[in-house]
Write a protein that binds this ligand. Structure first.
Ligand code: NAP
Ligand code: MG
Length: 504
């Protein structure tokens, strides 16, 4: 850690575990060992609120991927993992959740330090991760196939019987982004382990520490060596060989649509199964009856939560022309009053973006909006003198061809657009290559129910946005992805159906 960063952290009550975690360069988890990259290369981890170094981690490449996949393959068939009964697997997984819970303060501070979000949001992420982990674990004892009587048995003197077995798909290569360092990992790891798979996890280069802490928690809980491996490193050097590895049974990827396409192609070389949770440009549609004042904070959070770095972010606000001015003014008031600051400060409501690159990318989008004639209702600039902060920003007077309307910004930038009728808003809302989520804000159920089937999205909220439920499937249509997380659908992503046809 740099001296300046150490001095900065002295202001806060950092846990002893986090202090020692940051005191020296970290190693990554392969099998039962904490190792450096074989090449000896490392990558720096920065605090995005200060841009200062907090520590470094190994930068894995294909040689390390080979080792990790081998460790995961061995664990997959080992008696102490592959040989466990579903009930034993469930009980072991529940122990991992207990360790995460015991170490919640460590997780919370690490998430905030490397990702920038306020501690309260890190705490919410941990609560989400714990319920997801425990919910998934309970499916371990409830995985079922079906029995079928064959329709045309061809040995008539024998009795014929058919059934299906749900078997774990093998080693899962999980590649994840930085916006929710723990929940992104848990959304992949928990259902995969519940199904009986083993995992090689490649976290984002910006947020590897949370994943390493998860590896520590798993070992502390007694998860056998090789069941969860954590490879830190860069996407092209560590992620790419993982997706292309012939030992992988499934690639579970969360990230941008552009990288998702590369992952899909690499996986198809080996006919490896893929699950892709990709980007979005989700519409929030406020109908003519408008929203009560107490719903305005939910609309604002629909985009500004986690500084807008949310795949489901409601980045396009469509409001009926009769209520447009009132809704935009209400949301802008809330956005303009958000308290920005270091995530470790108790009163901070919005943290920095994750990195200088992301900050420049978002500021570039803001410039492009202004140049194209958009009107800035609030925000529009970098905030503060250090760190990767950007003001919460709302644009009006935009049109469908502008980059700020078409492309995923992944930052605190909302475009607000009025509409006259259902046909117009449907056409606009669906006019995107993405199809992750959408929300409709109204108590007029006949209108709401007409819109739901016509919106091209994997998930539609009514009078809410961004509120996922771990029992309900989540995933996108169009270029927002393939497959589902959460619910039984999420566990089934990691199971393969084997059919048995038996004559006796
Ligand atoms: P990204 O660039 O696609 O990175 C995601 C992961 O892929 C990172 O671990 C990254 O490693 C790795 N990667 C990069 N290039 C790779 C390659 N050539 N081969 C294999 N792996 C590679 O995404 P991001 O910009 O970090 O994250 C934001 C995106 O994620 C947004 O588009 C957002 O919508 C999406 N997202 C989707 C969901 C969802 O559930 N639908 C949830 C969260 C985020 P490095 O970190 O080293 O680049
Ligand atoms: Mg990246």
């Amino acid at each position: 850690m740099s001296q300046a960063q150490a001095a900065k952290l002295e202001q806060y009550e950092i846990t002893d575990a986090v202090s020692s975690f940051l005191a020296s360069p970290r190693k990554m988890l392969v099998g039962d060992g904490w190792v450096d990259a074989k090449s000896g290369r490392t990558l720096d981890v920065l605090d995005p609120a200060t841009n200062r170094l907090i520590t470094s981690v190994p930068a894995a490449d294909s040689a390390d991927v080979d080792d990790a996949v081998r460790a995961a393959e061995q664990a997959f068939v080992s008696p102490d993992w592959g040989g466990l009964s579903p009930a034993e697997r469930e009980s072991l997984l529940l122990k991992v959740a207990d360790v995460i819970e015991t170490r919640a303060d460590d997780f919370s501070q690490i998430i905030t330090l490397e990702c920038g979000k306020p501690l309260a949001e890190s705490d919410e992420e941990i609560a989400d991760a714990l319920s997801t982990w425990r919910y998934c674990a309970a499916w371990a004892t409830r995985i079922e196939g079906s029995s079928v009587n064959p329709i045309n048995p061809i040995i008539p003197e024998k009795s014929a019987f058919g059934y299906t077995r749900k078997e774990p798909i093998g080693v899962v290569g999980a590649i994840i982004p930085w916006n929710f360092p723990l929940i992104n990992a848990v959304d992949r790891v928990a259902p995969a382990l519940t199904a009986g798979c083993t995992v090689v996890l490649k976290p984002a280069e910006q947020t590897p520490l949370t994943a390493l802490l998860l590896g520590e928690a798993a070992l502390e809980a007694g998860l056998p060596a090789g069941v969860l491996n954590v490879l830190t490193g860069f996407g092209p050097e560590a992620g790419s060989p993982l997706a292309a590895h012939p030992g992988i049974g499934k690639v579970a990827f969360t990230g941008s649509t552009s990288v998702g396409k590369l992952i899909g192609k690499a996986a198809m070389e080996n006919i490896t199964d893929v699950n892709l949770e990709l980007g979005g440009k989700s519409p929030m549609i406020v109908l003519e009856d408008g929203v009560d004042d107490d719903m305005l904070p939910w609309l604002a959070a629909g985009l500004f939560y986690n500084s807008g770095q949310v795949c489901t972010a409601g980045s396009r606000l469509y409001a009926h022309k009769k209520v447009f001015d009132k809704v935009v003014a209400g949301v802008a008031d809330i956005a303009g009053s958000l308290k920005l600051g270091h995530g470790l400060e108790a009163e901070t409501e919005m943290g920095p973006l994750v990195s200088p690159e992301q900050q420049q990318r978002v500021l570039g989008y803001i410039d492009s909006g202004v140049e194209a004639g958009a009107e800035t209702v609030t925000g529009g600039k970098q905030w503060g003198t250090e760190g990767c902060f950007v003001e919460p920003t709302i644009f009006t007077n935009v049109h469908d061809r502008m980059k700020v309307v078409k492309e995923e910004i992944f930052g605190p930038v909302m475009v607000a657009i009025p509409f006259a009728d259902e046909a117009e808003v449907l056409e606009k809302a669906n006019n995107t290559s993405y199809g992750l989520t959408a929300s409709i804000w109204s108590n007029d159920l006949s209108k709401v129910n007409r819109l739901i089937p016509r919106l091209k999205a994997g998930l539609v909220w009514v009078n809410a946005h961004n509120l996922l439920d771990l029992a309900l499937p989540f995933g996108g249509v169009k270029q927002s992805g393939i497959g589902r997380e959460n619910g039984l659908d999420g566990v089934e992503e990691y199971l393969e159906t084997k059919t048995v046809i038996m004559y006796s």
